[in-house]
Design a protein around this ligand. Structure first.
Ligand code: AMP
Length: 394
């Protein structure tokens, strides 16, 4: 990683403005899933051990610049206190006199969480005055919110211009190390496994990965646009008509770069997505007009797993079928297990693929599960993320 890490900072007695991702689901005023809070604990524990005075800031939901009580971060402060087994102060606003008084009062190792940044419209506008107001809470800046790094907001970019140094937290550092290696100096053979619903969402990702990988496995709904683009009958399967030309170009590009592209060789088809469906297996060009392909078939599973053998790097994003619905889950489960057992450095991103790893019980065997969502897609797609660029170079 070329960016400064929190590990290189002297934090003793310093006020640190720490951007975290506490964009957690709430239910009846409580945190319903604390995964994101837990993910940042190593950074918080390191900083507290070193005697930093921590001022945490995050967004939650989309309040669109208005104060919305149901999007308050107060429940996150409560949950964090339980996890840290320490008192976590809470400020009713992220800027202003009351919040500043609380951040001034912090002692070494203390933690303060500020109210939702997005209650102020200036946050998403990366407003300079708002950034200065946030910067009053700290001397140093640490960003552990990789999932927000693709946005140039006041708390991810503006504030870094005001504070002394801007470093990556441990979670951010891990994302940058794994994802950075996957696009800068990956070990070969390198296999990308892409699936999910739409080609449209993953165009840049495919384009960038085509420059890097040896093998590209395409499954899920998006595979049907690639099959259709080759003149193959796909019945009522998901096809993006306006992306067929692009799909053709991507396949040509893959051929010219000698990337081995694997598309489904057979399918599980049914009339509709239905937990009671009894899907039929059909060959690649045999989807009846009135049916849709909802999972890869047994031959494809075998061939995709073979293509993973010997891989040193695997990137996976997007399920192989409608895995949320039991009759169409097998393709995704088989691939999840094969990636976990591959021995390769494995990087998995995207909410559905991550859910599939847990469903298959193999999440522990994955080298890196990227929590970044849109940020991971953009980073692997070759884009510079403003929140990463804003960090101090080593
Ligand atoms: P994405 O967010 O683009 O990664 O897409 C994930 C969604 O793609 C999941 O909800 C899957 O159910 C869906 N999906 C996967 N395969 C298919 C398919 N063959 N037809 C329709 N939807 C699919």
């Amino acid at each position: 990683m070329t960016k400064l890490s929190i590990r290189a900072l002297n934090l003793q007695g310093k006020k640190v403005f720490l951007r975290v991702d506490f964009n957690v689901p709430l239910e009846s005023g409580k945190v319903a899933d604390d995964t994101r809070i837990r993910a940042t604990l190593p950074t918080l524990e390191l900083a507290r051990r070193q005697g930093a005075r921590l001022v945490l800031a995050s967004h939650l939901g989309r309040p669109k610049g208005k104060r919305k009580p149901e999007m308050s971060l107060r429940p996150a402060a409560e949950r964090l206190g339980q996890l840290l087994k320490a008192r976590v102060e809470f400020a009713e606003d992220c800027i202003g006199a009351e919040a500043e008084k609380k951040s001034q009062a912090l002692k070494d190792g203390d933690v303060l969480l500020l109210e939702n940044l997005r209650f102020h419209p200036e946050e998403e506008k990366n407003d300079a005055g708002f950034s200065r107001a946030l910067a009053r809470h700290g001397r140093l800046y640490v960003n552990d919110a990789f999932g927000s790094a693709h946005r140039a907001h006041a708390s991810t970019v503006g504030v870094t211009k005001v504070l002394e140094k801007a470093a990556a937290g441990l979670l951010m550092e891990k994302e940058l190390n794994y994802l950075g290696k996957a696009i800068q100096n990956p070990e070969h053979p390198y296999v990308a496994v892409l699936g999910g619903a739409k080609v449209a969402d993953k165009i840049e990702l495919i384009q960038n990965l085509l420059k890097l990988v040896d093998t590209l496995i395409l499954g899920g709904g998006m595979a049907y646009s690639f099959l259709r683009a080759q003149g193959i009958r796909v019945g009522k399967s998901l096809v993006e008509e306006d992306k067929l030309e692009l799909a053709r170009q991507l396949l040509e590009e893959a051929a010219s770069r000698q990337v081995n592209v694997r598309l489904p060789e057979d399918h599980l088809v049914a009339e509709k997505i239905d937990p009671g469906a009894a899907p039929r297996t059909v060959g690649v060009n045999e989807i009846p007009d009135e049916l849709m392909g909802l999972d890869i078939g047994p031959q494809s599973r075998k061939s995709f797993c073979q293509a993973l053998q010997g891989a040193k790097t695997i990137v996976w994003n997007g399920p192989m079928g409608v895995f949320e619905c039991e009759p169409f889950a097998e393709g995704t489960m088989v691939l999840a297990r094969a990636i976990a057992d591959s021995g390769a450095t494995s990087i998995v991103g995207g909410g559905d693929s991550i859910a599939a790893l847990y469903k298959a019980g193999v999440a522990e065997q994955i080298s890196h599960i990227s929590t970044g969502g849109g940020a991971s897609l953009e980073f692997l797609g070759g884009r510079k993320l403003p929140g990463v660029e804003a960090l101090t170079d080593k």
